[in-house]
Design a protein around this ligand. Structure first.
Ligand code: TRP
Ligand code: SF4
Length: 331
Protein backbone atom coordinates (compact mmCIF):
# COMPACT_ATOMS: atom_id res chain seq x y z
CA UNK A 1 0.00 0.00 0.00
CA UNK A 2 1.17 3.49 -0.76
CA UNK A 3 2.27 5.60 2.13
CA UNK A 4 0.04 8.51 3.11
CA UNK A 5 1.47 11.92 2.59
CA UNK A 6 2.38 14.40 5.31
CA UNK A 7 3.17 18.04 4.63
CA UNK A 8 4.11 20.89 6.89
CA UNK A 9 5.90 24.18 6.76
CA UNK A 10 7.43 26.85 8.92
CA UNK A 11 7.54 30.51 8.17
CA UNK A 12 11.07 31.82 7.67
CA UNK A 13 10.89 34.31 10.48
CA UNK A 14 13.68 33.40 12.88
CA UNK A 15 15.91 30.77 14.36
CA UNK A 16 14.18 27.85 16.01
CA UNK A 17 13.87 27.44 19.75
CA UNK A 18 13.15 24.62 22.19
CA UNK A 19 9.41 25.19 21.83
CA UNK A 20 9.68 24.48 18.09
CA UNK A 21 11.79 21.42 18.82
CA UNK A 22 9.23 19.84 21.15
CA UNK A 23 6.12 21.19 19.46
CA UNK A 24 7.03 20.37 15.88
CA UNK A 25 10.43 18.93 15.00
CA UNK A 26 10.38 15.89 17.27
CA UNK A 27 7.00 14.97 15.85
CA UNK A 28 8.07 15.62 12.26
CA UNK A 29 11.04 13.38 12.85
CA UNK A 30 8.86 10.48 13.99
CA UNK A 31 6.46 10.90 11.08
CA UNK A 32 9.31 10.34 8.62
CA UNK A 33 9.31 6.61 9.26
CA UNK A 34 5.63 6.07 8.63
CA UNK A 35 4.71 8.58 5.94
CA UNK A 36 5.97 10.20 2.81
CA UNK A 37 6.90 13.57 4.31
CA UNK A 38 7.26 16.99 2.73
CA UNK A 39 8.66 19.77 4.88
CA UNK A 40 9.20 23.23 3.52
CA UNK A 41 10.35 26.66 4.58
CA UNK A 42 7.71 29.27 3.83
CA UNK A 43 9.76 32.29 2.82
CA UNK A 44 6.89 33.95 0.93
CA UNK A 45 4.74 33.73 4.04
CA UNK A 46 7.46 35.56 5.95
CA UNK A 47 6.92 38.49 3.59
CA UNK A 48 3.32 38.86 4.73
CA UNK A 49 4.48 40.57 7.91
CA UNK A 50 8.11 41.48 7.07
CA UNK A 51 7.77 42.94 3.61
CA UNK A 52 9.35 46.21 4.68
CA UNK A 53 12.39 44.60 6.23
CA UNK A 54 13.47 41.52 4.36
CA UNK A 55 17.17 41.50 5.14
CA UNK A 56 16.92 38.53 7.49
CA UNK A 57 14.87 36.19 5.34
CA UNK A 58 17.77 34.51 3.52
CA UNK A 59 19.67 33.92 6.76
CA UNK A 60 16.52 32.57 8.37
CA UNK A 61 16.04 30.09 5.54
CA UNK A 62 19.58 28.85 6.00
CA UNK A 63 19.34 28.66 9.78
CA UNK A 64 15.99 26.91 9.79
CA UNK A 65 17.28 24.31 7.34
CA UNK A 66 20.29 23.75 9.61
CA UNK A 67 18.01 23.47 12.66
CA UNK A 68 15.82 20.89 10.93
CA UNK A 69 18.70 18.75 9.78
CA UNK A 70 20.40 18.96 13.18
CA UNK A 71 17.16 17.93 14.87
CA UNK A 72 16.98 14.79 12.72
CA UNK A 73 14.84 15.73 9.73
CA UNK A 74 16.50 13.49 7.21
CA UNK A 75 16.70 14.50 3.53
CA UNK A 76 16.95 10.85 2.56
CA UNK A 77 13.60 10.13 4.11
CA UNK A 78 11.79 13.44 3.66
CA UNK A 79 11.54 15.99 0.90
CA UNK A 80 12.89 19.23 2.33
CA UNK A 81 12.32 22.29 0.19
CA UNK A 82 11.90 26.02 -0.12
CA UNK A 83 8.54 27.53 -1.01
CA UNK A 84 9.93 30.17 -3.38
CA UNK A 85 11.71 27.51 -5.42
CA UNK A 86 8.30 26.16 -6.48
CA UNK A 87 6.55 28.93 -8.45
CA UNK A 88 3.55 26.60 -8.93
CA UNK A 89 2.48 27.42 -5.34
CA UNK A 90 2.05 31.02 -6.44
CA UNK A 91 0.10 30.10 -9.55
CA UNK A 92 -2.23 27.88 -7.57
CA UNK A 93 -2.57 30.65 -5.01
CA UNK A 94 -3.73 32.97 -7.77
CA UNK A 95 -6.22 30.45 -9.15
CA UNK A 96 -7.64 29.71 -5.70
CA UNK A 97 -7.90 33.42 -4.95
CA UNK A 98 -10.41 33.69 -7.80
CA UNK A 99 -12.89 31.44 -6.01
CA UNK A 100 -12.24 32.41 -2.38
CA UNK A 101 -14.78 34.87 -0.96
CA UNK A 102 -13.15 37.76 0.89
CA UNK A 103 -15.46 37.42 3.95
CA UNK A 104 -14.01 33.94 4.57
CA UNK A 105 -10.62 35.57 4.95
CA UNK A 106 -11.82 38.53 6.96
CA UNK A 107 -13.40 36.36 9.58
CA UNK A 108 -10.32 34.18 9.97
CA UNK A 109 -9.36 34.55 13.66
CA UNK A 110 -5.59 34.71 13.11
CA UNK A 111 -6.10 37.58 10.68
CA UNK A 112 -7.67 39.76 13.35
CA UNK A 113 -5.46 38.57 16.19
CA UNK A 114 -2.21 39.23 14.36
CA UNK A 115 -3.35 42.65 13.23
CA UNK A 116 -4.05 43.50 16.83
CA UNK A 117 -0.82 42.00 18.10
CA UNK A 118 1.51 43.57 15.54
CA UNK A 119 0.87 47.29 15.77
CA UNK A 120 4.15 48.60 14.39
CA UNK A 121 3.54 47.38 10.85
CA UNK A 122 0.89 48.02 8.26
CA UNK A 123 -0.94 44.73 7.81
CA UNK A 124 -3.78 46.02 5.69
CA UNK A 125 -2.23 44.41 2.62
CA UNK A 126 -3.76 42.08 0.11
CA UNK A 127 -1.03 39.49 0.75
CA UNK A 128 -1.63 39.45 4.48
CA UNK A 129 -5.35 38.90 3.99
CA UNK A 130 -4.61 36.12 1.52
CA UNK A 131 -2.08 34.37 3.77
CA UNK A 132 -4.34 31.33 4.30
CA UNK A 133 -5.02 31.01 0.56
CA UNK A 134 -1.31 30.67 -0.06
CA UNK A 135 -1.17 28.15 2.78
CA UNK A 136 -4.04 26.21 1.18
CA UNK A 137 -2.11 26.15 -2.09
CA UNK A 138 1.00 24.88 -0.26
CA UNK A 139 -0.96 21.98 1.14
CA UNK A 140 -3.22 20.89 -1.65
CA UNK A 141 -0.69 21.12 -4.44
CA UNK A 142 0.89 18.01 -2.86
CA UNK A 143 -2.47 16.34 -2.09
CA UNK A 144 -1.32 15.94 1.49
CA UNK A 145 -3.36 13.68 3.76
CA UNK A 146 -2.02 15.00 7.03
CA UNK A 147 -0.66 18.33 8.18
CA UNK A 148 1.09 18.42 11.55
CA UNK A 149 0.47 21.89 13.01
CA UNK A 150 -0.19 23.69 16.25
CA UNK A 151 -3.76 24.56 17.27
CA UNK A 152 -3.22 28.15 16.12
CA UNK A 153 -3.24 26.82 12.55
CA UNK A 154 -6.52 24.90 12.71
CA UNK A 155 -8.54 27.74 11.23
CA UNK A 156 -6.21 27.77 8.23
CA UNK A 157 -6.74 24.07 7.73
CA UNK A 158 -10.49 24.47 7.94
CA UNK A 159 -10.30 27.19 5.34
CA UNK A 160 -8.23 24.90 3.13
CA UNK A 161 -10.98 22.30 3.28
CA UNK A 162 -13.63 24.92 2.52
CA UNK A 163 -11.72 26.08 -0.54
CA UNK A 164 -11.43 22.47 -1.73
CA UNK A 165 -15.18 21.98 -1.37
CA UNK A 166 -15.88 25.18 -3.23
CA UNK A 167 -13.54 24.12 -6.01
CA UNK A 168 -15.45 20.87 -6.32
CA UNK A 169 -18.81 22.65 -6.20
CA UNK A 170 -17.81 24.93 -9.07
CA UNK A 171 -15.71 22.68 -11.31
CA UNK A 172 -17.06 19.25 -10.36
CA UNK A 173 -13.58 17.73 -10.37
CA UNK A 174 -12.06 15.84 -7.48
CA UNK A 175 -8.44 16.76 -7.70
CA UNK A 176 -7.62 17.67 -4.14
CA UNK A 177 -7.65 15.67 -0.95
CA UNK A 178 -9.13 17.24 2.16
CA UNK A 179 -6.21 17.33 4.58
CA UNK A 180 -6.48 16.49 8.23
CA UNK A 181 -4.56 18.30 10.94
CA UNK A 182 -2.28 16.30 13.20
CA UNK A 183 -2.31 18.36 16.34
CA UNK A 184 0.49 17.64 18.72
CA UNK A 185 -0.46 16.92 22.31
CA UNK A 186 2.80 18.25 23.66
CA UNK A 187 2.17 20.84 26.36
CA UNK A 188 3.32 24.30 25.41
CA UNK A 189 6.81 24.97 26.64
CA UNK A 190 6.99 28.10 28.75
CA UNK A 191 9.69 30.66 28.09
CA UNK A 192 12.16 32.04 30.64
CA UNK A 193 9.45 34.34 32.02
CA UNK A 194 6.77 31.62 32.15
CA UNK A 195 4.80 33.07 29.23
CA UNK A 196 4.62 30.91 26.10
CA UNK A 197 8.10 30.50 24.57
CA UNK A 198 8.29 32.83 21.61
CA UNK A 199 11.00 34.61 19.70
CA UNK A 200 9.02 37.85 19.82
CA UNK A 201 8.78 37.79 23.64
CA UNK A 202 12.56 37.54 23.98
CA UNK A 203 12.13 34.58 26.36
CA UNK A 204 13.36 31.74 24.16
CA UNK A 205 16.24 29.30 24.29
CA UNK A 206 17.42 28.70 20.73
CA UNK A 207 18.81 25.50 19.27
CA UNK A 208 21.77 27.62 18.19
CA UNK A 209 22.50 28.92 21.71
CA UNK A 210 25.89 27.90 23.06
CA UNK A 211 26.01 25.89 26.30
CA UNK A 212 27.14 29.05 28.12
CA UNK A 213 24.22 31.03 26.78
CA UNK A 214 21.84 28.25 27.83
CA UNK A 215 23.28 28.35 31.35
CA UNK A 216 23.05 32.12 31.50
CA UNK A 217 19.44 32.07 30.31
CA UNK A 218 18.45 29.36 32.78
CA UNK A 219 19.84 31.55 35.57
CA UNK A 220 17.33 34.26 34.65
CA UNK A 221 14.34 31.92 34.76
CA UNK A 222 11.39 32.77 36.96
CA UNK A 223 11.03 30.48 39.96
CA UNK A 224 8.38 30.23 42.67
CA UNK A 225 8.05 33.94 43.56
CA UNK A 226 7.04 33.10 47.14
CA UNK A 227 10.38 31.42 47.73
CA UNK A 228 12.75 34.20 48.71
CA UNK A 229 15.30 32.50 50.94
CA UNK A 230 16.67 29.00 50.65
CA UNK A 231 15.00 28.11 53.96
CA UNK A 232 11.56 28.90 52.47
CA UNK A 233 9.63 25.90 51.25
CA UNK A 234 9.02 26.08 47.49
CA UNK A 235 6.22 24.99 45.21
CA UNK A 236 7.65 23.30 42.10
CA UNK A 237 4.21 23.10 40.47
CA UNK A 238 4.21 26.81 39.76
CA UNK A 239 7.91 27.08 38.97
CA UNK A 240 9.15 27.48 35.40
CA UNK A 241 12.43 25.76 36.21
CA UNK A 242 10.57 22.69 37.39
CA UNK A 243 8.44 22.56 34.24
CA UNK A 244 11.69 22.24 32.33
CA UNK A 245 13.06 19.59 34.71
CA UNK A 246 9.97 17.48 34.07
CA UNK A 247 10.68 17.51 30.35
CA UNK A 248 14.44 17.58 30.05
CA UNK A 249 15.84 15.95 33.20
CA UNK A 250 16.00 12.24 33.97
CA UNK A 251 12.89 11.25 35.98
CA UNK A 252 14.95 10.46 39.07
CA UNK A 253 16.49 13.93 39.16
CA UNK A 254 13.09 15.55 38.75
CA UNK A 255 11.60 13.68 41.67
CA UNK A 256 14.65 14.44 43.81
CA UNK A 257 14.24 18.11 43.01
CA UNK A 258 10.55 17.98 43.82
CA UNK A 259 11.32 16.63 47.29
CA UNK A 260 14.27 18.98 47.77
CA UNK A 261 12.22 22.03 46.84
CA UNK A 262 9.19 21.17 48.98
CA UNK A 263 11.40 20.51 52.02
CA UNK A 264 13.75 23.45 51.47
CA UNK A 265 16.57 20.96 50.96
CA UNK A 266 17.76 22.41 47.68
CA UNK A 267 18.25 26.05 46.71
CA UNK A 268 17.07 27.61 43.47
CA UNK A 269 20.61 28.38 42.31
CA UNK A 270 21.62 24.72 42.50
CA UNK A 271 18.34 23.63 41.00
CA UNK A 272 18.98 25.90 38.02
CA UNK A 273 22.53 24.67 37.61
CA UNK A 274 21.22 21.12 37.43
CA UNK A 275 18.71 22.17 34.82
CA UNK A 276 21.34 23.95 32.74
CA UNK A 277 23.41 20.78 32.77
CA UNK A 278 20.48 18.51 31.87
CA UNK A 279 19.31 20.86 29.16
CA UNK A 280 22.76 21.07 27.64
CA UNK A 281 22.99 17.26 27.69
CA UNK A 282 19.63 17.02 25.97
CA UNK A 283 20.49 19.41 23.14
CA UNK A 284 24.14 18.47 22.82
CA UNK A 285 23.75 16.18 19.79
CA UNK A 286 21.67 18.83 18.03
CA UNK A 287 24.09 21.59 18.94
CA UNK A 288 27.09 19.58 17.71
CA UNK A 289 25.41 18.64 14.43
CA UNK A 290 24.33 22.25 14.01
CA UNK A 291 27.88 23.44 14.39
CA UNK A 292 29.07 21.01 11.77
CA UNK A 293 26.33 21.89 9.26
CA UNK A 294 26.64 25.66 9.73
CA UNK A 295 30.04 25.49 8.09
CA UNK A 296 28.65 23.83 4.97
CA UNK A 297 26.31 26.27 3.25
CA UNK A 298 26.78 24.51 -0.11
CA UNK A 299 25.48 21.31 1.36
CA UNK A 300 22.39 23.01 2.77
CA UNK A 301 21.76 24.69 -0.55
CA UNK A 302 22.12 21.40 -2.35
CA UNK A 303 19.59 19.70 -0.06
CA UNK A 304 17.06 22.47 -0.68
CA UNK A 305 17.64 22.40 -4.44
CA UNK A 306 17.35 18.64 -4.56
CA UNK A 307 14.18 18.57 -2.43
CA UNK A 308 12.62 21.40 -4.40
CA UNK A 309 13.24 19.55 -7.64
CA UNK A 310 11.42 16.52 -6.31
CA UNK A 311 8.56 18.57 -4.90
CA UNK A 312 8.21 20.56 -8.09
CA UNK A 313 7.46 17.51 -10.21
CA UNK A 314 4.39 16.83 -8.08
CA UNK A 315 3.39 20.48 -7.92
CA UNK A 316 3.52 20.78 -11.72
CA UNK A 317 1.36 17.72 -12.17
CA UNK A 318 -1.34 18.98 -9.78
CA UNK A 319 -1.29 22.41 -11.35
CA UNK A 320 -1.94 20.92 -14.80
CA UNK A 321 -4.93 19.06 -13.42
CA UNK A 322 -6.25 22.30 -11.95
CA UNK A 323 -5.75 24.26 -15.16
CA UNK A 324 -7.56 21.56 -17.07
CA UNK A 325 -10.47 21.52 -14.60
CA UNK A 326 -10.77 25.30 -14.80
CA UNK A 327 -10.86 25.31 -18.57
CA UNK A 328 -7.44 26.85 -19.08
CA UNK A 329 -4.75 25.82 -21.46
CA UNK A 330 -2.41 23.42 -19.74
CA UNK A 331 1.10 24.78 -19.74
N1 TRP B 1 1.26 29.25 8.70
C1 TRP B 1 2.23 28.30 9.18
C2 TRP B 1 2.83 28.83 10.50
O1 TRP B 1 2.85 30.01 10.73
C3 TRP B 1 3.33 28.05 8.19
C4 TRP B 1 2.82 27.41 6.95
C5 TRP B 1 2.78 27.95 5.70
C6 TRP B 1 2.30 26.08 6.84
N2 TRP B 1 2.26 27.06 4.82
C7 TRP B 1 1.96 25.91 5.47
C8 TRP B 1 2.10 25.05 7.76
C9 TRP B 1 1.40 24.71 5.02
C10 TRP B 1 1.52 23.86 7.29
C11 TRP B 1 1.18 23.70 5.94
O2 TRP B 1 3.29 28.03 11.28
FE1 SF4 C 1 11.83 26.16 41.35
FE2 SF4 C 1 13.89 24.58 41.77
FE3 SF4 C 1 13.62 26.85 43.18
FE4 SF4 C 1 11.99 24.82 43.60
S1 SF4 C 1 14.19 24.83 43.94
S2 SF4 C 1 11.40 26.95 43.36
S3 SF4 C 1 11.79 23.92 41.55
S4 SF4 C 1 13.98 26.67 40.99
Amino acid sequence: MEKKRVLSGMQASGRLHLGNLLGALEKWKKLQDEYECFYFIADWHALSTSYEDTHEIKDNVFNIAVDWLAAGINPEKSTIFLQSMIPEHAVLHLLLSMITPVPWLERNPTYKEKQQEIKDRDLTTYGFLGYPVLQAADIIIYKANYVPVGIDQLSHLELTREIIRRFYYIYKKTIFIEPEALVSEVPKLPGLDNRKMSKSYGNAIFLSDTPDTVTRKVRTMITDPQRVKKSDIGNPEICTVFKFHKIFSPARDASEIYTGCTTAGIGCTDCKLMLARDLNDYVKPIFEKRKELSGKPEKINEILQEGSKRARTIAKQTLSEVQEAMGLLVS
